[in-house]
Design a protein around this ligand. Structure first.
Ligand SMILES: [Zn+2]
Length: 305
């Protein structure tokens, strides 16, 4: 079976796995992202996790039939932004050791596979539209509310890239005009108010231990940002992933939807809803797989199965 090697690069871990043409995630591995300023040490970690997967060599020692007839034909990378999609270089806010790092070319050299790169939240948007909670939908926003806040926009059945490939940075929609300073340099961005990092900084505890009050405020901030976005984009579905949002669960989604309904009052925004992502922790790697398959000319959105 032909598979795509998906690689997901995040601030806390680097994961790699094989994704089939139908969006199934097969064998996968992960490694902690080194807390290093050395770009090569970071890339070595990526090489280690890909090596463990046996991506660029056969698996003679493995008896399973899946491994013996599996063949990686393409590679897709999801990575934190911002990035220069044309150049294939990344400068993730949460990985200070990589600034203008030529990730696409380096992974291509490592694996020998045709390699495509995109923002991790845009990759997740592809995954959710392919085999997740937005399957079959032509207009939606996928968001990640985790240590940071990211997003990917699909309009008219297509992933939106924008002038520099960075469309969907919804974490930097302003939700509190006089709010906390953001890593981007602005103030009161959604990411500075509702990300896991922001919640931990404000409460002095890990985001997972937040009080009900903090959970509800986090949902309200997300709903507030979404209210502006659905009006601007004419989107009726918002799919939210990420450890913070999914960890908070029902009260978070109730607060987000209540805030959305209170603030999005146009006729075409009244039916918009915010729902949990469908792929949970598989989303990032399935998304990287979607980036790879899309890069090789395949279609993942709007495919009826
Ligand atoms: Zn910001």
């Amino acid at each position: 079976v032909e598979v795509c090697l998906g690689v997901d690069v995040g601030g806390s871990k680097i994961a790699a796995g094989f994704v089939t043409r139908d969006g199934d995630l097969l064998r996968h591995e992960w490694i902690a992202t080194p807390r290093s300023e050395d770009p090569e040490e970071l890339f070595d970690a990526l090489g280690t996790v890909v090596g463990r997967l046996g991506a660029h060599e056969p698996d003679p020692g493995r008896g399973d039939s899946e491994a013996s007839d599996r063949r990686a034909v393409t590679c897709g990378i999801g990575c934190g932004g911002p990035m220069d999609l044309e150049a294939g270089t990344v400068s993730p806010l949460n990985i200070p050791g990589w600034r203008g790092f030529p990730l696409r070319a380096r992974v291509r050299a490592l694996t020998g596979l045709p390699t495509a790169l995109d923002n991790d939240a845009k990759a997740l948007a592809l995954a959710e539209g392919w085999v997740g909670a937005a399957r079959g939908r032509r207009n939606y926003l996928a968001m990640v509310v985790s240590t940071g806040v990211g997003g990917g926009i699909v309009l008219d059945g297509r992933l939106v890239h924008g002038a520099s490939g960075n469309a969907g940075h919804v974490g930097h929609v302003i939700v509190e005009p006089d709010g906390r300073p953001c890593a981007c340099g602005a103030r009161g961005c959604l990411e500075a108010e509702a990300s896991g990092t922001a919640i931990a900084a404000v409460t002095g505890r890990p985001a997972a231990e937040a009080s009900e009050e903090v959970v509800i405020r986090c949902g309200q901030m997300v709903g507030r940002a979404v209210a502006s976005l659905v009006s601007a984009l004419d989107i009726d579905l918002v799919v939210v992933a990420g450890s913070v949002a999914l960890g908070y669960g029902v009260p978070f989604f109730a607060a987000a939807n209540e805030e959305l309904r209170a603030r999005a009052c146009l006729s075409f925004t009244r039916t918009a809803t915010i729902v949990p992502a469908g792929l949970a922790d598989k989303g990032p790697l399935v998304g990287a797989g979607a980036v790879g398959w899309t890069g090789s000319g395949a279609t993942v959105l709007g495919v009826v199965r």
